[in-house]
Write a protein that binds this ligand. Sequence first.
Ligand code: PAF
Length: 292
Amino acid sequence: MTVVEPSPSPIVLDSIAEVREASRRARAAGQTIGLVPTMGALHEGHARLIDACRARCDHVVVSIYVNPTQFGPGEDLDRYPRTLEADLAICRERGVDVVFAPKDREMYPQGTIATKIEVGAAGTILEGAIRPGHFQGVATVVLKLFGIVVPDRAYFGRKDFQQQLIIRKMVDDLNVPVLIEVVPTVRERDGLALSSRNRFLDPEDREAATVLFWALERAKSVVKRGERNAERVAEVLAETIEAESRATLDYAVVVDAETLETKPTIVDPARSAALVAARFGAVRLIDNTLLA
Ligand code: PAF
């Protein structure tokens, strides 16, 4: 790795050609390129992704793009927080070199594109069952970003468990020459996983939402005490969340951490994940943990 000083402030680019040119120059100078794909509304969780990228890569690119193709009808595309100035301040603090903040017309000049990434069964369950087409939209825009930035490494949060798994599978299946780095979930002091959607929780729901973390902790502790029946552990998750009157449970499952398959027995807790999703008022939150 070449030792380079991070830029004092990021260059904000909205054109694909300019981002490509910045990457070309970085590569010609012998620099490694890292990408942190985001939809903006950056928080400490994103900051950790950027820090991980900054620690390994010479040329750090953060994309900020609320990708319409991963939102279904009636989802919160219009309500999704857009906080570019605050996002740029975080990027500046963390030594980001380039922020790529394209408009829709740059990413989808015809409004749509014909080629889409088919993500298979992992994209049709859990989040994919509730949000049909979501992961196709995610995988397609991520592959576009890879084609634009041409990174050596790209950084994703474990918080979006299904997303990181689908992206890793896409890169593997299609031999995309990018190393995917998965960064642990960042939590508030009371356990709530950081999410751009947390800002929409009213104070009572904000407090109630910590039940997701406690449900995951309880599941982990019953597994630690020797429970290996996956259905029983999923029941512990569901019972804990349903005991919170402000929570409406969407799902609580125990799955294979590499395939998302449900199996009756937990053979290896380190390869098993508990995944939960629940609504608090109009805000839908997800969380997860490995069971070891
Ligand atoms: O996790 C996100 O913010 C988005 O799904 C991503 C990966 C930036 C694609 O739009």
